[in-house]
Design a protein around this ligand. Sequence first.
Ligand code: CMC
Length: 432
Amino acid sequence: MSDKFAQLILEGKTYTFPVYEGSYGEKAIDISTLLKQTGHITLDRGYVNTGSCTSDITYLDGKAGVLDYRGYAIEELAENCSFVEVAYLLLHGDLPNEQELMEYRDLMSQYALIHEDMIHFFDHFPPNAEPMSILSTMVNSLHNFYPELTTHPDPTETFDSITARLLSKVRTIAAFSYKKSKGHPLIYPRYDLNYCENFLNMMFDTPTRPYKILPEVVSTLNKLLILHADHEQNCSTSTVRLVGSAGVSLYASIASGINALWGPLHGGAAQEVVEMLEGIYADDKDFEKYIRKAKDHSDPYRLSGFGHRVYKTFDPRAQIIKKSCDETLAALNVSDPLLDVAKELAERVRNDDYFVSRNLYPNVDFYSGIIYRAMGIPTNMFTVMFALGRLPGWLAHWREMIGNKESRRIGRPRQLYIGPTRRRFIPLGERK
Ligand code: CMC
């Protein structure tokens, strides 16, 4: 119960609504009874002001540039944890002890293979198939191969099995789809390798040229996955919750999240950024031309990798990635001219009134593509990398939604109808 209230005066009548506070004093007016009390709905395009649930997974302060998972600062998690530890934290609410981590890793190793029949699916995609489309198709199909675990309405007992299975299999699917796209033989997961090592090995090892797993690459990949692991009610996570609220299987909900993430305004931005930087580089680094285009509202062009719905200051994830970018390229002995293009673009934007007045700073996707390139990950797989990272977040939110009686109601926004009012039906032959 709340002891604070907000009053709304509408057509001379006063209505009262409870006001709730979050852990850091953030305030929300609970309008659940608005329609019942007043006959009005709210109109909030793009859900800029609408909280769809309460959540105890991730805290984000967009004005201060703060991001915490379950109360832990993203900077500390990225510096000190493995991705699997962070996945466990998001899913369970607490960091694992050594025994718990070992057991969870063990589960992931057990589930790392995909059913051999699923491998035939890859053969029937055209050679240029989009990796995100393959990923969502395959994840949706997991339902047919492993249906038993998602039919339980409250899968608390089997939740570790489900999440370990998905985290592990999605990684295998991502690497297999790359191998298939190259026409190379598949490299199977290995029990002795950790999450990131296994992924890199499945991606890049070949029977003729063994892949050398470099600790610097493993450490950077680990960091990138942690930074992407959750970001509260973003478009794909909200999709997972919304689709899941209809009672479909977890696999169907996650496949929907993958599809939402694919968009260039969301997870697809890293690919767009690299393509944009390549374009600027190829155009004699004519920065001003692209900045001008992005500022021109009659041109749909935008500078990818800048701006964020919630951050109105530096995205803390971008700060960490920027630092990693220099270190990783140096460790790999890679010199990428796109990094210089990126740095100069960021510098020009930082001093441009249009971007400054709109609080448009580099976001998480601005530098991540440059690192993935240096690792050898092809551009069209960058969003798949984002999906691998975001998976624990989607799973944690799905579980929270399923387990919470309030937010478990089917998601069903309202609308303001502005179409024609009822009119006389005209039979086919009489229509002009
Ligand atoms: N380039 C040029 N102008 C921009 C940009 C940009 N990248 N982003 C926003 N603006 C302008 C926009 O035109 C608007 O101007 P005005 O107020 O004059 O109409 C103002 O800034 C506010 O933008 P908005 O579109 O209302 O903001 P939003 O919160 O609806 O959109 C966004 C957020 C991330 C979709 C948007 O900033 C964008 O399109 N950025 C480029 C794509 C991108 O990098 N996406 C990755 C986001 S981070 C990964 C993730 O978590 O999804």
